[in-house]
Design a protein around this ligand. Sequence first.
Ligand SMILES: *[C@@H]1O[C@H](CO)[C@@H](O)[C@H](O)[C@H]1NC(C)=O
Ligand SMILES: *[C@@H]1O[C@H](CO)[C@@H](O)[C@H](O)[C@H]1NC(C)=O
Ligand SMILES: *[C@@H]1O[C@H](CO)[C@@H](O)[C@H](O)[C@H]1NC(C)=O
Ligand SMILES: *[C@@H]1O[C@H](CO)[C@@H](O)[C@H](O)[C@H]1NC(C)=O
Length: 909
Amino acid sequence: MDLDKCNPIINLFLFICFWTIRGMGGTVTLKGLPNTINVAENSPSAMVVGSFTVTTTATVPPGYPLIINSNPLTKAFSVNPTSSGYQIQITGKPILDFETAPDNFNLQIYVKDSTGDTDLQVLTIVITDVNEPPVFLDNLETQDVLVYIVENSPEGTIYNVLAKDPENKPLQYSLQPTSSPFSISNRTGSIISTKVFDYETDPKSYFLQVKVGDGTNPEIKGTVIVYIVNTNDNAPVFTMKQTTFTIPEEQVPGTIVANITAQDADDFNYVGNLIFSINPTDYFTINPVTGIIRVSEWIDRDEKPLRDNPLIIVEVSVIDSPKGGKSSSMSITFNVTDINDNPPVCNPDTYRTPVKETAIAGTSITTITCTDIDVNPANNQFKFVDLTCNACDLKFALNSTFSGNIVLEGSLDLEQPNNPLEYTLTVVAEDITAPFYKDTAYIYVTVLPVNENPPVFNPATYNFSVSELDGQGTMIGVVNATDKDIPFTGITYSIVAGGSTLGYSNIFWIDPNTGSIQLMTEPDYETTSKYVLTVQATDNDPKDPKIANAVVTVNILEANDEKPICTPNYYTMTIPTDLSPGTNIQRFQLTCTDRDSPPTAFRYTINSGNINNHFAFSPTAGSNITRLILAEPFDYSGGLDKQWNYKLLVFITDDNLLSGARQPKGIVETGTVTVNVNVVIAGLTTVSTTTPPSITYIHIAKNVYATNAWYVPFIITLGIMLLLGFLGYLLYHLAKYLSTKDLSCCTPKPNKYKEPLIQNTNKAKKEVVMELTKLNTVFDGEAVDPVTGKVYEFNTKSGARRWKDTQILKDPQPIKTKSSELVIPVLPSSINEGKGRIGTANGQKTNSNDVQAEQKGDEKQNVFGPNPKSLPQNPAGQPTEGLSPLPTPKTKQEGEPKPILKKGDLSEV
Ligand SMILES: *[C@@H]1O[C@H](CO)[C@@H](O)[C@H](O)[C@H]1NC(C)=O
Ligand SMILES: *[C@@H]1O[C@H](CO)[C@@H](O)[C@H](O)[C@H]1NC(C)=O
Ligand SMILES: *[C@@H]1O[C@H](CO)[C@@H](O)[C@H](O)[C@H]1NC(C)=O
Ligand SMILES: *[C@@H]1O[C@H](CO)[C@@H](O)[C@H](O)[C@H]1NC(C)=O
């Protein structure tokens, strides 16, 4: 302590006080206490800097001695008793730093004993300076300093070391280790980074030792730890290498298909801050945290657009922070592969195929078309298997298992037994790969019948017969044809030729279904006796009809349906009264024809008008020509005859016995002729003969079968006929009237029952007797006339007969005949021509014995029976004619002419 610096006033005061206090006591004293003590700065606390004792007669109470009025007012020192005295110690507070603390401490040490005696001494403690090392002024003084540098920060000061030398000497800074990317300014202590740090590549921290020295003292050291602070300066990086994933289609949603991994250099070991996303999200989802991609919906490779392109390209992104992070993205490709998930589908699945029954093996029936929409060739391939068919063993086959073409292998011939009209086939289309999906197609094969076989007539020819008397509707016969084709389509019959003939159309009709041939009209044997029909049978195939023809011969059986027709049919003659019996009157003869009877069948009878039986026809039967004979002479003078005019109604009957025997009907036809004979007195008049009025016969075919309007021409024709007939009738009567008038005016008409004007005429003629002698016949047979019951004789050869009554026969009146006049003149055939009926028919007739007998007689010119007067009369009162009182039951018929018009026959006008 520098005493010079003490204030003399304070010293003076202290002096006075000292002396004052000393003057008041006197027994207690401080001993050994220096006035000044030097103490080095920064001496440690509790260090003893001085000692002293106290001398007293009394005791020193505790707490004494003590320091009062320390200047500066600090308690940097304390008085502590020891065993031998008291010592002064450094308390440590304040630190006795030369530079900062006071350098002089004036301590007043005061003691008071139990008697109250006091002593006081001033002690000056002088602090002496010492050279101290520098000190850190910052945290380095007490701890390590941590410095954080954000990576990528620019180079520059990162920290300023604060240090000071107590003596204010210049300081020297240095940094350890020197290899670190830091440096320190050796004057200022600024620590500078010498590089830009990358957290990811550089050390994450640096330990730096800072040394500060003042040149003399040892350097002080501090630690600065530099931490590099990481920043998000890196984008995440995908770490998986695979970018193409081949996945099958139709994965269940949720199936994991890819594993996206990424890393962020900033967070190398830190998982969970990367966020994944995917775009588009059509098929896939990605777990934003794990990066696992799953299928989100069914993926169908077989549908567009995947059908065309199986690649699905998605963009996968990863970001390292939800906001403002760095992101990366990449494309990954999913190659969707096909699986066999679709069955083959047959479209259509039903086929209806008509096939001709004649189709040969190998014929393609149909081709099944099926498709499999799977894309992959193996998956979309299928084969056709399992051809089934109901009950058609091996008739059909698959051409190949891949074509679906079904071909015929067997025969569909419907004519084969058990071959049906329709087949039902099934074919299965089956995938060639697992799981072998299937589809079934149905084929209905309809067999088309083919008209293979023509109809066949059995028998092939027919020979039918029908009577000409049979009329419309009469069944003639049945033809039959069969057809082997199955199914049987029926047979239609028709007459294609031969069914019609002159003037007739369609005499026959065939039932198209049954083949029954019927008459459409009454045939006429005399016109056509035989028809050769061509009957056709057709199967009813509309496209390709097949036909068969059969020859059907229809024989028209003859019947006696024609009556004799004679010419002349009407005749008027005038004869003298003296005409000799047996004379062929005026050479008049009837020439008869019958289209279905032979000449031998004719029989002539004078039905009425033959008064006194003057007239007879010779022969009476068995010839187609007969002559009018004067059988009895006139006897007007004798009064026997009174009739001058004879109207003879002649019946010409065809005793068509053969036909009658053949036909159950036994028809006998009768024609009539009218002959007028006027008797005049011989010599008075000339014999004149009228020519019969010409009569026109018009034949009308009745056999007109129902063409649509057959009756129109018929009615017209009929009308014309009737008109013509009426005109003819008028003409006829006019002519008759005129003729009768002429006769009545020119010739006196003889009264019928007057006395005869001429008496002797007959007598001369009566002498002309017919000679019968050479015709005298030996009657070598006998028979009973069934009509009269009388017995008659007959010649077995000639058939001539006579009654057996001897009384009559004994004296037979000779029949005188002029044989010369019996010679039959040959009439010119032209007479007959043009007068016959048109359209009538001839028939053959059979002869009975009687006719034969008459034929015999005919050979011998004429056979006259006995005188009618002497012959027995038949019940009708008429003389039995000639020698042939035909004892047959037909006599009744003979007397009754049949009606001229017959059903279906000819009409006459
Ligand atoms: C994806 O990757 C992780 C990590 O390697 C693995 O644990 C997981 O099994 C993977 N998942 C798939 C689906 O590959
Ligand atoms: C997809 O996968 C199929 C089957 O593995 C393969 O044949 C085809 O080449 C692939 N396509 C692409 C583009 O990779
Ligand atoms: C056909 O029948 C007729 C009458 O029955 C007969 O005359 C004729 O000889 C027959 N013809 C044949 C070829 O059988
Ligand atoms: C009459 O019959 C004969 C012999 O049978 C025959 O030759 C002649 O032609 C017939 N006359 C007529 C007109 O029928």
